[in-house]
Design a protein around this ligand. Structure first.
Ligand code: NAD
Ligand code: 6OD
Length: 486
């Protein structure tokens, strides 16, 4: 059986403890590999390798040399596109038709974009007067922050991990990555690409394992980690923030959401339906930016519900290699239990189940998979668990509204503030509403349209800090002012 090992100081190594856990293919429940679980010794070795690499050739390279290597990393991912695609889909159960357009190309792009950005990042300079008349010159220089602990989730494994590792390395840092225990394979495979691209040993390290009392907690508690960047659940973010407080380490947190879509009667209905279908059901609803609450202006409510139902029922459920499938399995049986518990809660709370609400019939060879139906509800009260808590599944609740003010109030009513999508053809209204939504990202007449130079992140309990463009560079560098008396 294939084993997935840690990648430390440029080499694949197993755990000294010999502890292994299962890597399960969620579409059929079969064990596809055994994963080594890191103990404190492996985490410490990875952090030590990362520290040493900062002082080695990586730390001495010019920006031009470093960024050329990162371009080679991106090219290396592209050259091994099919292997990355296969691995990502085996770990997650997502359709290849999706991962080949989003996950893998973004994995490569995340290195190129930040490599190019650091070559062009401006710094500040100020001339100042001094009492003796000679003056002084202040100028800023950016230095790498040091060893970065990267903790990533399972929903877009390569995309979200490289979204952190790309800028961290471009800025001259070294990293120790702890991928999700559910989806370790592409993070492990990237080690081979790093070596082939000429990334010095110790710059990119990977340790596998779980969160609490395992590799995740050991990494965040390690005193020689200078900063921690995390994407995952809000509750885990709180735990990681507490760990980072020891030693006053900086954190970047991209957390959960319960995002609202607002559909006005003056929308282009085709666009609103197509966009809401994607935002609720893409990646089997396992996208932090996904829309789980849909507010629709009353005059078009019935038509919208009927058309979204038809769209959801037209989704083709299937395994990753099925070219016609656009809806895969959930990532794991554990996650399916959580999603199905909300499907049950919706029924208990008196929802009208517009479509779905259960488990689809699958052919015998896929019967052991983590499948659920795309699901739409109406009729729930605003304070029900299904409407207020992040489910992270392929489901949404649709509720009518009567005024713009009411829609804004409903959208802002939860402690989350990650993303929102507004559907209207009235551009004044679009700007007016977008400005009042309490979220880090607002899309108008689109969803998940990404320009990697823009700020990405959540407000309220959806996160701390921004990633993307120069905002990533803010986190991954220390800005130092040098004041020279002339
Ligand atoms: P999770 O918080 O359970 O796990 C994320 C990572 O943290 C995993 O690698 C896990 O092993 C690790 N971890 C768990 N407990 C830890 C601990 N005590 N110490 C250190 N590490 C620990 O999240 P998940 O279930 O993998 O991902 C789904 C969640 O992620 C959803 O809430 C989703 O909204 C969120 N998410 C947010 C964004 C964003 O950009 N805001 C993007 C993707 C996913
Ligand atoms: O596109 C991105 O850069 C990004 N961070 C997407 C996050 C998706 C959440 O599931």
């Amino acid at each position: 059986m294939k084993e997935i090992k840690h990648f430390i100081n440029g080499e694949y190594v197993g755990s000294a403890s010999g502890k292994l856990f299962d890597n399960v293919n969620p579409v059929n429940g079969q064990v596809i590999a055994k994963i080594h679980e890191a103990g404190e010794a492996e985490v410490d070795a990875a952090v030590k390798a990362a520290r040493a690499a900062l002082k080695g050739p990586w730390g001495k390279m010019t920006v031009a040399e470093r960024t050329e290597i990162l371009h080679r990393v991106a090219d290396g991912i592209t050259a091994r596109f099919d292997e990355f695609l296969e691995a990502e889909c085996l770990d997650t159960g997502k359709p290849k038709s999706l991962a080949s357009h989003i996950d893998i190309p973004r994995g490569a792009a995340n290195f190129k974009v930040f490599a190019d950005l650091v070559k062009n990042v401006p710094t500040e300079a100020f001339e100042m007067a001094t009492p003796d008349g000679t003056g002084a010159l202040n100028y800023g220089v950016r230095r790498p922050k040091g060893v970065i602990g990267v903790i990533s989730p399972w929903n877009l494994p390569l995309l979200l991990m490289t979204w952190k590792v790309g800028p961290a390395l471009a800025c001259g840092n070294t990293v120790v990555v702890k991928p999700s225990e559910e989806t370790p394979t592409t993070t492990a495979l990237l080690g081979e690409v790093m070596n082939a691209a000429g990334v010095p040993a110790g710059v990119y390290n990977v340790v596998h394992g779980f969160g609490g009392n395992s590799a995740g907690a050991f990494l965040t508690a390690h005193p020689d980690v200078d900063a921690i960047t995390f994407t995952g659940e809000t509750g885990t973010g709180e735990t990681i923030m507490r760990a980072a407080a020891k030693g006053v380490r900086q954190v970047s947190l991209e957390l959960g959401g319960k995002n609202a879509g607002i559909v006005f009667a003056d929308c282009d209905m085709d666009k609103a339906i197509e966009g809401t279908l994607r935002s609720a059901f893409a990646n089997c609803g396992q996208v932090c930016l996904g829309t789980e609450r849909v507010y629709v202006e009353r005059p078009i409510f019935d038509e919208f519900v009927a058309r979204l139902k038809a769209g959801a029922e037209a989704l083709k459920i299937g395994e990753p290699n099925d070219p016609s499938a656009n809806f895969g399995s959930l990532v794991s049986h554990k996650h399916r239990e959580k999603v199905l518990s909300y499907y049950q809660k919706a029924k208990d709370e008196g929802a009208t189940v517009v479509t779905g609400g259960g488990v689809p019939d699958m052919p015998a060879h896929l019967a052991g998979g983590a499948w659920v139906q795309p699901t739409i509800w109406t009729g729930l009260p605003d304070d029900s668990a299904v409407v207020t808590e992040e489910i992270f599944g392929p489901c949404c609740h649709i509720r009518p509204f009567d005024t713009e003010e009411e829609a804004i109030e409903l959208a802002n009513s939860l402690p989350y503030g990650l993303a929102s999508a507004i559907w209207t053809e009235n551009s004044s209204r679009a700007h007016r509403v977008a400005g009042q939504i309490e979220a880090g990202i607002v899309w108008v007449n689109s969803w998940f349209l990404r320009d990697l130079r823009t700020a990405f992140g959540g407000s309220k309990q959806s996160g701390i800090g921004r990633e993307g463009g120069v905002h990533s560079l803010e986190f991954y560098t220390e800005l130092k002012n040098i004041c020279v008396k002339l």
